[in-house]
Design a protein around this ligand. Structure first.
Ligand SMILES: NC(=O)c1ccc[n+]([C@@H]2O[C@H](COP(=O)([O-])OP(=O)(O)OC[C@H]3O[C@@H](n4cnc5c(N)ncnc54)[C@H](O)[C@@H]3O)[C@@H](O)[C@H]2O)c1
Length: 438
């Protein structure tokens, strides 16, 4: 069935019935509580809701989800929170009752929801990657700075002791100046099959038009987009690089104090303008910093067999007999050949291990990424993955995503002007046109 304006209005009328406003939901004095509204409460959003609400000062006042089953499932634990299908209605209705907004929707909706919350002056916790487009990431970073808003991107591993230990050791110079970084994942958030076609009946519990948000309308297809599978589609997700690369590249990006790369070059299958490739190699070159050689080469590879294949053939990645590369992680190569391996969600492993004798072991207190945001929202401390940091990180990762439309081409990037200097077609992908009916 084609989604048209008539269907949208019809479904909006049906879904308006979801808005359940409990009485007395805001009886707590606002100054003593940090009142949160959550957009997207299934999947990761359910985890985000649980984590944020564990903070002793948090009161959850609003929940929004376009899938009624997911909304009601999450709502069971938060009977006092008002429920909505449309987050815009939630934010307008709750208005000043909300201090902070948590956004855990698919990637293509991050920008619109975050922009609305920021324009209302709210503290925002937005899942990674911050946005689906390069220019959107820069815009949100600039707005956060301009309005001095408390913001945090959902890269919770950024606050883990394993990540902070790696950053500390690299900055102490455990392997000297870094000249190369390899980053990888064996995930396959793409689809090399034929373009999706046909249509399926939209479940009665899903507002498909709200799910599409500002992306171009198209028929609903069961099992292709919602839930989770949207990662494979160019218009909604950012493939494996946007899904896992943003976590794994976060560590070298902050440890080595990187900024916009000079170029990006992607090896992958020919583009079909609909779906991300399931296997990619992305090369990025960065200008040198005080922690790197004169320049830094970063190579990302993804795909089910990629770590095994690279681990066997690339001398930089070979380990001692009997050991194999982790399925996701990073390898840092120093100018003098020393290396540091960081398996994803783990801690640093210098190669050789004796290098640990050359550094001071840092004392690291535990940090809760979610609660850091709540505390900062209540005036205590700052966020370590604020949008001023997360915007440029996201934009760097998205350059690799754009690159998969131009396999084999070296796309020169002018970070200051946010333009490719040698490919006009690629420049068309730095931003997108938003659907006006949304
Ligand atoms: N930080 C992490 O470790 C981590 C892990 C998984 C996912 N994520 C991120 O979380 C986000 C969601 O991923 P997921 O796997 O949970 O996806 P999902 O499709 O499983 O869940 C998305 C949820 O948002 C709802 N939703 C969709 N559009 C909406 C809208 N316009 N308004 C309100 N609700 C809407 C869906 O109904 C669903 O409940 C993504 O940005 C993803 O990258 C982060």
């Amino acid at each position: 069935m084609n989604v048209n304006r008539r269907n949208f209005l019809k479904s909006s009328a049906v879904f308006a019935g979801w808005s359940i406003l409990p009485t007395g939901a805001w009886s707590n004095p606002l100054n003593s509580r940090f009142c949160t509204a959550h957009i997207g409460v299934g999947g990761m959003g359910g985890g985000d809701l649980r984590q944020v609400s564990k903070h002793p000062n948090v009161q959850v006042v609003g929940l929004a989800d376009v899938d009624r089953n997911r909304l009601n499932g999450a709502g069971k634990g938060f009977a006092d929170a008002a429920r909505f299908a449309d987050y815009r209605e939630m934010l307008r209705t709750l208005g000043d009752k909300v201090d902070g907004v948590v956004i855990s929707t698919p990637d293509h909706t991050h920008y619109s929801a975050t922009l609305m919350a920021m324009n209302m002056g709210k503290a925002v916790y937005c899942q990674k990657p911050l946005t689906h487009e390069i220019d959107e990431a820069h815009e949100l970073a600039a707005l956060a700075k301009e309005k001095s808003l408390v913001t945090q991107m959902g890269i919770q591993l950024h606050s883990s002791s394993g990540n902070r230990m790696t950053v500390d050791l690299l900055q102490q110079g455990i392997i000297g100046k870094v000249s190369k970084v390899y980053v990888w994942s064996n995930k396959t958030w793409g689809d090399d099959g034929p373009a999706y076609s046909g249509s399926d009946t939209i479940p009665e519990t899903l507002d498909w038009d709200l799910w599409l948000g500002s992306a171009a309308a198209r028929p609903y297809l069961k099992g292709k987009y919602h839930p989770g599978k949207w990662r494979k589609s160019l218009d909604f997700g950012c493939g494996t690089l946007g899904d896992m690369g943003i976590h794994i590249i976060d560590t070298p990006y902050s440890a080595l104090d990187l900024s916009a790369p000079r170029f990006v070059r992607v090896s992958c299958r020919e583009p079909n303008n609909l779906l991300h490739p399931i296997k990619n190699t992305v090369e990025l070159e960065f200008a040198g910093t005080k922690h790197t050689a004169d320049s830094l080469r970063m190579t990302w590879f993804d795909g089910a067999d990629a770590p095994k294949a690279e681990g066997q053939t690339n001398p930089d990645l070979q380990l001692e007999a009997g050991k194999k590369l982790p399925s996701q992680g990073a390898m840092y190569i120093g100018e003098d050949g020393h290396r540091l391996l960081m398996p994803h969600m783990s801690g640093p492993q210098p190669l050789p291990r004796s290098l640990l004798g050359s550094v001071v072991k840092p004392e690291l207190k535990p940090v809760n990424h979610y609660h850091q945001w709540v505390d900062a929202g209540m005036g205590n401390g700052t966020c370590s993955a604020a949008f001023e940091y997360a915007g440029p990180l996201t934009s760097t990762v998205l350059l690799g995503v754009v690159g998969n439309r131009f396999p084999g081409q070296t796309l020169q990037w002018d970070g200051a002007n946010m333009r490719f200097t040698n490919n006009e077609a690629a420049n068309q992908l730095v931003s997108r046109t938003h659907r006006t009916s949304y």
